[in-house]
Write a protein that binds this ligand. Structure first.
Ligand SMILES: [Zn+2]
Ligand SMILES: [Zn+2]
Length: 268
């Protein structure tokens, strides 16, 4: 149980330490000023100019104002079990439930608090095809996750989208982020999980989500064959933790001895 003030870290622009290192968004090639843009890029920029994912200001994928307004969560001042920025020790919600283990994963780290801009960015990435944000999110997670997790992990995996979502969006949204993050952390990326189609989770409470998710994850052939025991699992948003909990439970019963999780956003 903690008394500390919520750790709302407004990370500065140029901090080098791993804890608060702030990923910079690489300007898309179309906003650099080379002498001559490739014709396809120039046409694309003409028809569909790059706009800030936070405020739609033209020019950059994430403008300096929006980047500076994001609320970074420093994991050293967040609950180690659920990633909520409520202090240095286990938060009241996890503490109250600590008699019976609340989550099957052992630790969680979340990079940003969910608010208007970070929420808008994730919708643009997942549902509006702004896939250039994958690099930003990989760098963001790399900065937020403790460095020792990358030497601890046998592999890095992600919560997969179900087939219907992949068809609708055209991609498995966490896969490109996981691939890039794995390269940064020098950990093999492995597709360990398959996801069945489940009801939309957003209007469900914790228990309803748990029921909805039972049986929704299964291991892939790669997970069954290669037997990974220390798994770093990533997802986009941690709300009740039910999705990550269900996925980790499947991994723990069939292959893993420990699962740690990291997400881009923490929502309440
Ligand atoms: Zn902006
Ligand atoms: Zn907690």
């Amino acid at each position: 149980m903690t008394e500390e003030v919520p750790a709302r870290v407004r990370a500065p622009d140029t901090v080098e330490c791993a804890m608060t290192r702030v990923p910079q968004v690489t300007k898309p090639a179309s906003t650099h000023k080379p002498d001559v843009l490739p014709l396809s890029q120039a046409l694309l920029e003409l028809v569909w100019p790059t706009r800030c994912a936070g405020c739609e200001a033209p020019g950059e994928l994430l403008c300096p104002e929006c980047r500076d307004s994001l609320l970074h969560i420093d994991h050293t001042t967040a609950c180690p079990r659920c990633g909520a920025p409520y202090g240095r020790t286990i938060c009241t919600e996890c503490y109250a439930a600590s008699g019976k283990q609340l989550f099957s994963f052992s630790q969680a780290v979340c990079a940003l608090e969910m608010e208007a801009i970070s929420g808008r960015m994730i919708v643009l990435y997942k549902d509006r095809n702004e896939r250039r944000l994958a690099d930003y999110y990989a760098n963001l997670l790399f900065a937020a996750i403790p460095a020792v997790w990358f030497t601890w992990a046998d592999c890095l995996s992600w919560i997969p989208s179900d087939k219907r979502s992949v068809r609708r969006r055209g991609f498995d949204s966490m896969r490109p982020i996981a691939t890039r993050l794995a390269a940064l952390g020098k950990v093999p990326p492995v597709a360990l999980l398959r996801k069945a189609i489940v009801l939309d989770q957003r209007r469900l409470d914790r228990e309803q989500r748990r029921q909805n998710l039972i049986g929704s994850f299964a291991l892939t052939d790669a997970a069954i064959q290669d037997r990974y025991s220390r798994i770093l699992l990533i997802d986009d948003v941690f709300t009740t933790g039910a999705t990550l909990d269900s996925a980790a439970a499947v991994l723990l019963t069939q292959t893993a001895i420990e699962v740690r999780v990291a997400t881009i956003l923490r929502a309440w």
